[in-house]
Design a protein. Structure first.
Length: 205
């Protein structure tokens, strides 16, 4: 009986040695930090792409406003302005750009330096459903040598929707969409002086 117990003694000591063994102890901490660094890298990539998209949208907004400022095409419709923004937006102007961009224009009153932009909530519509088009945009046309504002909103889907930065952008976005956040660009310009106004005096689409 004693020889049999003696042969089992090494087996009884193995759990104790395993508990005291420090080999591989760093692996657990490393795994925790690897997950953290992956999220950090994903957020950094998302931030870089988002800032690039914002710069491209700002540039496209300025170039689109130039068309109105010079009176090259009269007062375009919103569809024309949306198409122009997407054409000038670089890689933002993909197949989904036209369905996700909204454009508004407002006249600035020089008497009190105010406009109706504050009275109009941000318009950031989804145009992909042709059967239920969104309401018409506010497109105020200014007279010659008048200050105008153009506001453009682009609905953007994050590259990695599960990373913390993307979720924060979606939560704070001024649109009710669980999969998109909003990039907003606003520019001011003065219509070129000319003998007669090429713009309508009332709001329209």
């Amino acid at each position: 009986m004693l020889p049999r117990l003696a042969s089992l003694a090494p087996l009884a000591r193995k759990p104790g040695r395993f508990a005291r063994d420090e080999e591989g102890a760093v692996t657990i901490a490393a795994l925790i930090w690897v997950v953290f660094f992956i999220f950090m890298m994903a957020s950094a990539i998302e931030m870089g792409v988002t800032l690039t998209k914002q710069v491209l949208l700002d540039r496209a907004t300025d170039l689109t406003a130039r068309v109105i400022r010079l009176g090259m095409e009269g007062m375009p419709s919103e569809a024309t302005l949306r198409e122009r923004v997407c054409q000038k937006a670089g890689f933002l102007g993909g197949e989904n750009c036209f369905d996700n961009v909204s454009v508004e224009t407002f006249v600035v009153n020089r008497n009190n330096w105010s406009s109706s932009i504050d009275a109009h909530p941000l318009r950031c519509e989804n145009f992909s459903d042709d059967s239920a088009p969104p309401p018409s945009a506010t497109l105020e046309g200014g007279l010659s040598n008048q200050i105008m504002l153009m506001r453009v909103c682009l609905r953007v889907k994050p590259m990695m929707i599960d990373n913390p930065l993307a979720q924060a952008l979606i939560r704070t976005a001024p649109i009710d969409d669980p999969d998109h956040f909003a990039l907003i660009s606003t520019t001011a310009f003065v219509t070129e002086p000319r003998a007669t106004s090429i713009f309508p005096s009332a709001s329209g689409s």
